[in-house]
Write a protein that binds this ligand. Structure first.
Ligand code: AMP
Ligand code: MN
Ligand code: MN
Ligand code: MN
Length: 303
């Protein structure tokens, strides 16, 4: 189990749990420093922050930004961001608008594909969230049209699906710069999940660093040690720090759990080593002084 989990989702994007429930679950699993990184949204941070204070856990304000790179959608996690930073707030507002436009276009295409009226259901069913394709997938499963989210992507909304709508995300450079302008660390999320070849990933990393990127995830579910070690060499070569996260979305997904991820590959500098001020370990819970003085308590009990 890991003390640091720096990537997860609440119902403010496509996660299932409220921010408070997510924080409580993380604390119960032994996580002490948790970054909430909803897709293009900061909406869950105040609730998560309040819950973290009660649970003696450090909440690192974060976000996961979708950006366009060549023909791919790349995810950049921003760790330790200032949620009030104007450039970030404005950038994310534009991303949310793009999400709604894409959702409308997707609902229209799905309508022509025989799946009517998804948008009002989506609004009612996920009132806290800016729409993601995950939400569409869940509705398609609930309507009994496909067995699971994976099949919803394959049949309908994935790149090769019948109702696929390409997204118009911000550029890689913009996403990275919003995070830097907010004082955060731009982290390339799950680098093994983009289907890139070795040289393709090297090229992406070069562009990421040129844009101001500072770290990459080198530990997350289903990343095997061999691949992690190879990526760690690419990271070291560029002075990139290592981050890690479960990318937890829901207790129903048995393959992810808060705090559960492989160990970091050897010889990396982690983000919490590089920028300790952004990831302070919480104080251990103090025992109230009255409980340490049995005589006082006994006297009080008598009086
Ligand atoms: P969006 O950001 O709207 O494109 O939605 C992408 C989200 O859908 C990701 O963050 C994942 O949580 C989820 N997702 C992406 N691809 C798949 C897939 N093949 N099967 C199930 N979920 C997926
Ligand atoms: Mn997601
Ligand atoms: Mn992602
Ligand atoms: Mn994620």
């Amino acid at each position: 189990m890991n003390v640091y989990d720096l990537h997860c989702h609440s119902h403010c994007s496509d996660g299932e749990l409220s921010p408070a429930a997510l924080v409580a679950r993380a604390a119960g699993r032994g996580v002490r420093v948790l970054a909430l990184s909803d897709h293009d949204s900061l909406a869950g941070l105040p609730e998560a922050q309040a819950a973290a204070r009660e649970q003696w856990l450090t909440l690192v304000p974060a976000v996961e930004i979708s950006v366009a790179y060549q023909k791919l959608e790349i995810h950049i996690v921003g760790l330790g961001i200032d949620p009030a930073a104007p450039a970030l707030v404005a950038g994310l507002a534009a991303q949310q608008a793009r999400r709604w436009r894409r959702a409308e276009a997707m609902a229209e295409k799905l309508g022509k594909d025989g799946v009517a009226d998804l948008l009002p259901v989506l609004r009612a069913r996920f009132p806290h969230a800016a729409p993601t394709r995950s939400h569409f997938a869940q509705l398609l499963v609930e309507r009994g049209l496909v067995r699971d989210n994976e099949r919803a992507f394959a049949r309908y909304i994935g790149r090769k699906g019948s109702s696929y709508v390409p997204a118009e995300w911000a550029t890689l450079a913009d996403g990275v710069q919003w995070i830097r302008a907010a004082g955060g660390i731009p982290v390339l999320a799950h680098p093994g999940r983009y289907g890139l070849s070795g040289s393709g990933l090297e090229k992406l990393l070069d562009e990421f660093v040129a844009a101001g990127g500072q770290a990459m995830e080198l530990s997350y579910p289903q990343l095997f040690p061999k691949e992690a070690q190879k990526m760690a060499r690419s990271a070291r070569k560029r002075g990139l720090w290592a981050s890690q996260g479960s990318d937890f979305h829901s207790p129903a997904q048995s393959w992810t759990e808060l705090g559960k991820m492989p160990p970091q590959p050897p010889e990396v500098i982690t983000v919490w080593q590089a920028r300790p001020e952004l990831f302070p370990l919480p104080p251990t819970q103090e025992i109230p002084s009255t409980m340490l003085e049995p005589n006082t308590m006994a006297q009080e009990a008598q009086s």
